[in-house]
Design a protein around this ligand. Structure first.
Ligand code: BEZ
Length: 207
């Protein structure tokens, strides 16, 4: 094992990396180190490896620890020669990266909502903050349904992985919000995508 990944099952960003490891046949190269903390207390988060104290972070033999998920996924793709990213200058390059950024932004908003309720006493939670984050997710879902569905087909790419993880995280932490309502094409895509072995193997467990 030449790589070490700071890992937590519940993080959708860690899951992105895990799905890439599965899809590119690199699982056996990685040791997983459980890491847990919060915005208030770093706990076992790898603050000496990533000064931001965030996971995923990846130790590798040839250089500095890598973070965040976008950097790590790109590194793993290059390491395996896997082509989850269109080659520079090829058609679709910017769309794939923008779709990945959309999925990552949805995860950011969804995780912030979890922190808002987890870290504050119930009487200090500000509903307007929760709803403002959820509106970002809703606008993204609407944009996907109306403008981006064609980009979710074709050979597997990093945007598909990121979006699969983002939608599963909505089910995992915000299941009562019913993201599928008004987004039938995206919901149908999600059914097919989450049947992939890599997605089944990395499904987060309720904790
Ligand atoms: C969660 O419990 O939802 C979570 C854990 C780690 C990172 C992000 C989210």
């Amino acid at each position: 094992m030449s790589l070490r990944l700071y890992h937590n099952d519940a993080s959708p960003f860690v899951r992105k990396v895990m799905v890439v490891l599965h899809e590119t046949g690199q699982l056996a190269d990685v040791e997983l180190v459980h890491a847990k903390g919060s915005a208030l207390s770093p706990g076992s988060l790898p603050t000496t490896r990533n000064p931001l104290g965030k996971i995923p972070a990846l130790d590798r033999p040839e250089g500095a620890t890598l973070y965040d998920s976008r950097v790590i996924c790109r590194y793993l793709d290059a390491r395996a020669g896997a082509r989850l990213y269109p080659a520079p200058g090829h058609s679709g390059e910017w769309e794939v990266l923008t779709l990945e950024a959309t999925a990552d932004g949805m995860m950011d908003a969804a995780v912030l909502m979890v922190y808002e309720t987890r870290l504050r006493p119930a009487d200090k939670v500000i509903p307007e903050i929760l709803e403002a984050q959820w509106r970002k997710i809703e606008r993204s879902l609407d944009a996907l349904e109306t403008r981006w569905m064609s980009h979710l087909s074709g050979p597997l790419n990093i945007a598909h992985v990121a979006m699969g993880c983002a939608l599963d995280y909505l089910d995992f932490r915000h299941g009562t919000r019913d993201w599928r309502a008004g987004h039938p094409e995206l919901a149908a895509w999600h059914v097919g995508f989450t049947a992939r072995e890599s997605m089944v193997a990395t499904m987060p467990r309720q904790i």
